[in-house]
Design a binder for this molecule. Structure first.
Ligand code: BTN
Length: 357
């Protein structure tokens, strides 16, 4: 089984992209016709695509299995239950701009994939060049940090990954995930006009609710050639039907900014990730530290840092030049490289900042 299939390659590789349960060129063509939100009869769709009404029905079944709701009304035909904007390569490229294309020359757009990170790790293993990116309409196995699922319904949000090769080794990349968060914030500020905050090390939040997540995966040598696959998921218009599957408070861009083009957002995000990684390679985290700190959601707040079974209470005092968390405990500021930060309720903290439970 192919773990992923590109819209463009689907027909070229098999000629029968719509056999089986996977989404292919035929489903894409059908969705493009339904994207206008109007009713289309089976006959009209069949004629337009040059296939039988039975083939249309089969393709619709595959689309429904991907979680896209399609209404069927006798005498009128088929209509999408909710609006959909498919990802479009020309719009992604327009937003990426020519400058961005120099750094991110390859963008694969997939109808479905297990995980865009897994897809790029497979390509990296096969020698894919630095600056290869992929975007998917749907992740069947989207992954978050700490082994969590990343809820990735079809056509609703942005799921993308970027492969970047570094020569200095993975040991020098400790703060790259914070720099990646700066890139995500830049892209979101352009779409939503500000108000986006960062939670150490790289959660992207809006009013304390998760708006985007970043998963960095490294491969290669500790002090030689290595690569990173940077995966970013941004909630754009999460369907209510999937809300219960998200195990934490969340927000989507629709709340902040109304309707947002996923293609344009993805293009801008790839642009900023490319710029940030390019700069990081030359100058490390230093150029991004102040920008990260200016968006720090928990600066001077009482927090708990959880690392495995250990919990440390203190006051968050920003980040070090290496991206470590600065935590003030008993009047002394210590650095931490890993762990998960959460806010403590003011009621559980005494006036001198000491947790009392
Ligand atoms: C987090 O838990 O905060 C990280 C979430 C990262 C999700 C993105 S979506 C694109 C890429 N592919 C994945 O499977 N995960 C990342």
């Amino acid at each position: 089984m192919h773990p992923a299939m590109c819209w463009r390659c689907a027909l070229a590789s098999s000629g029968t992209a719509s056999v089986g349960s996977r989404l292919g060129e035929r489903e894409r063509a059908l969705l493009e016709r339904l994207e206008d939100g109007r009713f289309h009869s089976g006959e009209e769709l069949g004629r337009g695509l040059g296939i039988s009404r039975t083939a249309i029905w089969n393709a619709l079944q595959r689309i429904r299995r991907a979680g896209v709701s399609v209404h069927a009304v006798r005498g009128r035909g088929y209509r999408l239950a909710r609006p959909l904007e498919l990802l479009r390569e020309d719009r992604v490229r327009a937003a990426l701009t020519q400058d961005g294309t120099v750094l991110v020359p390859v963008v694969d757009i997939l109808p479905e994939v297990d995980s865009t990170n897994e897809y790029l790790k497979r390509l990296a293993f096969g020698g894919a060049r630095s600056g290869t990116a992929c975007l998917a309409e749907w992740q069947t196995c989207g992954r978050g940090r700490r082994g969590r699922e990343w809820v990735s319904p079809f056509g609703a949000n942005v799921y993308l990954s970027l492969l970047w090769r570094f020569s200095e080794g993975t040991a020098a990349l400790g703060s790259l995930s914070l720099a990646a968060a700066v890139a995500v914030k830049r892209a979101l500020d352009e779409s939503a006009g500000g108000g986006v905050e960062l939670k150490w090390p790289n959660d992207v939040q809006w009013h304390g609710r998760k708006l985007a997540g970043i998963l960095l995966e490294l491969g290669g040598e500790a002090d030689g050639p290595c690569y990173v696959v940077a995966g970013v998921g941004i909630n754009v218009a999460m369907p209510e039907s999937r809300a219960a599957d998200i195990g934490q408070p969340w927000a989507d861009l629709r709340e902040l900014a109304g309707q947002v083009s996923r293609s344009a957002l993805a293009g801008r995000l790839l642009y900023h990730l490319g710029q940030v990684f390019y700069e990081f390679e030359r100058r490390g985290f230093a150029p991004f530290r102040a920008e990260w700190e200016s968006a720090d959601a928990y600066r001077n707040a009482p927090v708990v840092l959880t690392c495995g079974s250990s919990r440390r209470y203190g006051i968050a005092r920003g980040i070090g030049e290496d991206g470590s968390l600065l935590l003030e405990q008993d009047g002394e500021t210590r650095r931490f490289q890993s762990g998960e930060v959460s806010l403590r309720s003011p009621a559980s903290v005494t006036s001198d900042g000491i947790a009392c439970d």
